[in-house]
Write a protein that binds this ligand. Sequence first.
Ligand code: SF4
Length: 218
Amino acid sequence: MAFMLLSQKKAGEAVSLLEREYNEARYYLDFSTPIDLAVAAILSAQTHDYTVNAITPGLFKKYRTAKDYANADPERLAAEARGVAFAGSKARNIVAACKIINEKFGGRVPDKMADLVELPGIGRKTANTILINAYGIVEGIPVDTWVIKLSGRIGLSGSGDPDGIERDLMKKVSRRYWKNFAYVLKEHGHRICHSQVPLCSKCLLNLICPRNGVVKSA
Ligand code: SF4
């Protein structure tokens, strides 16, 4: 079947239904401070949340500031983060990013998109995540794996790359929903819109969703 995009009106309806259904959806990585969050978010790429949340309490206890990470041995940090994907390169990025945070930003994780995306290991998705959850600054929508998968399926975006998906979503999703939209889609994916066989017959979007790319549903 041809790929279908939802009209602005239908997209608005779909987003409202999702937001109402999953109004308790929240960010899923544990943290207390902006530096905790930056480290957890870097570690989380291609890694389950529960793996990151199992590792970070030990890290947060040992490394409390950007300076602590900046002075860390990347190999030791990688060993302490064992279990996450690409622990070696993530540890190197954390140390390098924290050196910059320490030297250029006085030890404070920056609160500007342009500054965040210059840091090693931090792209626009992670920068949005930090801005929203550490500082309450909502500039965009973090585009993670679930957002990529479900935005196309539901017909909210026809783009194949994260930046294009974010641009489409920022037009289709009311700004007041940007903050939690990624977490709402993730919840919907976990509960109903499963990767392999989505439960379309039980889905609240059953009458709206074009089901782009769905081969088999239940
Ligand atoms: S479960 Fe089916 S109807 Fe619901 S959002 Fe996913 S693909 Fe669309």
